[in-house]
Unconditional design. Structure first.
Length: 119
């Protein structure tokens, strides 16, 4: 059973940078995909970025590409989301998620961390 816990959110100003962290505990296999999602007030949860546990291949939403970077540390069982040039539109609860490569949907979620970007 994999458990995820996010940290690193807070209140920042437009243009600032924030790094979110996701600590994964339990049995993380090489066949896992780790991702970040976010949910803004009144909106549906949306995909931000993902990375395979066993490779450096990454995918980004258009809104994140060029400003956000997802990375992982297999030794520490951590996943990170470096967010630069933050905009008020990035205000949301950010969630870490995991799935196996054989599972189409993400089935393990953290509790989320709030990021608020003021203008």
């Amino acid at each position: 059973q994999v458990q995820l816990r996010e940290s690193g959110g807070g209140l920042v100003q437009a243009g600032d940078s924030v790094r979110l962290s996701c600590a994964a505990s339990g049995r993380i296999f090489s066949g896992y995909v780790m991702a970040w999602f976010r949910q803004a007030p009144g909106k549906e949860r949306e995909f931000v970025a993902d990375i395979k546990w066993s490779s450096t291949r990454t995918n980004y939403a258009d809104s994140a590409r060029g400003r956000f970077t997802i990375s992982r540390d297999n030794v520490q069982n951590m996943v990170y989301l470096q967010m630069n040039s933050l905009e008020p539109e990035d205000t949301a609860v950010y969630y870490c998620a995991a799935r196996s490569l054989t599972t189409p949907a993400y089935d393990t979620w953290g509790q989320g961390t709030q990021v608020t970007v003021s203008s």
